[in-house]
Design a protein around this ligand. Structure first.
Ligand code: PLP
Length: 433
């Protein structure tokens, strides 16, 4: 399969090239040249298939031309060592729990899949070690670090702003050891990102070591998220509730919902989609006006969705050839203030006994407001509420239990490399590795 850039000014890339480069040379996002339709028989039987088997079928459609079945099967099985259940919240609203992975957030699947795919390519070529640089304000670092943990041939440097990530998040990437190095930067998130960008542009450094990024726009991180939506349909079908299914995705950079839209293009019978935003309402405004106007990001309690210029908008625009009518006939929007997010968490717990995290709360609220009679709704619960323990407990007035997996991170010993925010010292450090 070849991949083209959404800006259409860069040469087509192979899967391998697209994964290693991340962003195309013209700063566009890679898109697969074709999107395969899956046969009706697959959808007829899907309700009886496991998450892993469903994911393999979907992965074959994306990557089957480039990776032999046996290898792809191994990559999928290794990525999905956990389930992705739907939990009833009301009679017609279900929570798709995407938080059963190693760091209890949905980004685990993409990060793990990308790690395994990169490892496959490295082994094929017998190539020297690859170094992944990733800047994080919290959740991306934990998902990438855990996804790549113990994968031989790859070393990961996680750059994070000192004192500006939550304790739990910091533990999730500073206590791992092995092939993961946490770099604690004396600065803010933008400084971390600037260091990573400068590193990619530095010729001397790139001659010294092979560098790549694990950014969320990478095709290997974003496409596997489609697995979730086929699984959601399957689980709802098994319950006899898959007709007129509405899927609601709490969205920030719009990678997750774009993967869902790819699923729809492959024939997945979802009636319509809702993109739920926090106060960062750029996409919401696009739906209303047809104009895409990026804004500086606003800080909210659903902070993984604090994105003022969602990268994957370019993919959605490309998928529907910029046709605003096609986009609005399939996708509606929602935007909520912190106060409205708190209200949703509070009401959902009081009415249904279900504990939402602030991101999932946007999804739940949008479905409660927009679901029509005769429809069933599934929203993504994108992170375990314990990851936002203080916020959640203050709202619902009850304790949120920390799962053992999360507690285990808290016991580890923090190891990090302290770094100033100027590029010379970061480069000097990397040159010694
Ligand atoms: C990353 C993230 C999101 C947003 O997903 P996008 O693919 O960026 O739209 C939502 N919730 C949580 C918890 C996240 O970590």
């Amino acid at each position: 399969m070849k991949y083209y850039s959404t800006n259409k000014k860069a040469p087509m890339a192979t899967l391998h090239e697209a994964v290693v480069k991340g962003l195309a040379g013209d700063r566009g996002l890679y898109m697969p040249e074709s999107i395969k339709q899956l046969p009706q028989s697959f959808f007829d039987n899907i309700g009886t298939m496991s998450f892993q088997d469903i994911a393999f079928t979907v992965a074959q459609a994306f990557f089957g031309e480039d990776i032999p079945d046996a290898d792809l099967r191994r990559i999928v099985d290794d990525t999905l060592s956990f389930d992705c259940p739907v939990a009833p919240v009301t009679d017609n609203i279900y929570s798709l729990e995407l938080f059963h992975g190693p760091t209890l957030a949905f980004k685990d699947v993409g990060a793990r899949f990308m790690a395994r795919l990169l490892q496959y390519f490295i082994r094929q070529e017998g190539r020297e070690q690859v170094n992944v640089l990733v800047a994080t304000s919290g959740d991306t670092g934990s998902a990438v670090a855990n996804g790549f943990l113990g994968v031989d041939g790859i070393h990961v440097y996680v750059l994070y702003p000192k004192g500006k990530v939550s304790k739990i998040q910091e533990c999730q990437f500073t206590t791992l050891g092995q092939n993961i190095t946490a770099v604690e930067v004396d600065g803010v998130f933008d400084d971390c990102q600037a260091l990573v960008k400068s590193a990619f542009m530095d010729d001397e450094l790139n001659r010294h070591m092979k560098l790549t990024s694990a950014n969320s726009i990478n095709v290997a991180r974003f496409l596997p998220q489609a697995f979730y939506y086929f699984n959601a349909y399957a689980r709802m079908k098994a319950l006899g509730k898959a007709d007129n299914l509405v899927v609601c995705v709490p969205s920030g950079n719009f990678g997750n919902i774009t993967a869902a839209l790819f699923g729809h293009r492959m024939g997945l019978p979802i009636k319509r989609f809702i993109a739920a935003n926090n106060a960062n309402d750029i996409f919401f405004n696009y739906l209303a006006t047809g104009k895409y106007e990026p804004q500086p990001s606003k800080q909210t309690i659903a902070n993984a969705m604090d994105v003022g210029d969602p990268s994957n908008f370019a993919r959605i625009y490309d998928l529907y050839e910029g046709d605003h009518k096609r986009i609005t006939s399939l996708i509606s929007g929602a935007t909520y203030s912190d106060e409205q997010i708190r209200e949703a968490m509070n009401r959902c717990y009081a009415d249904n006994g279900y504990i939402l995290d602030p991101h999932g709360a946007c999804g739940y609220r949008a479905l409660s407001e927009q679901l029509q009679p005769g429809e069933y709704g599934v929203f993504c619960e994108t992170a375990h509420p314990a990851k936002f323990k203080d916020t959640v407990e203050a709202v619902i007035g009850a304790e949120v239990e920390i799962p053992a997996r999360l507690a285990a991170f808290m016991k580890g010993e923090k190891q990090s490399v302290e770094m100033s925010k100027d590029f010379d010292s970061f480069k000097a450090y990397l040159m010694q590795q």
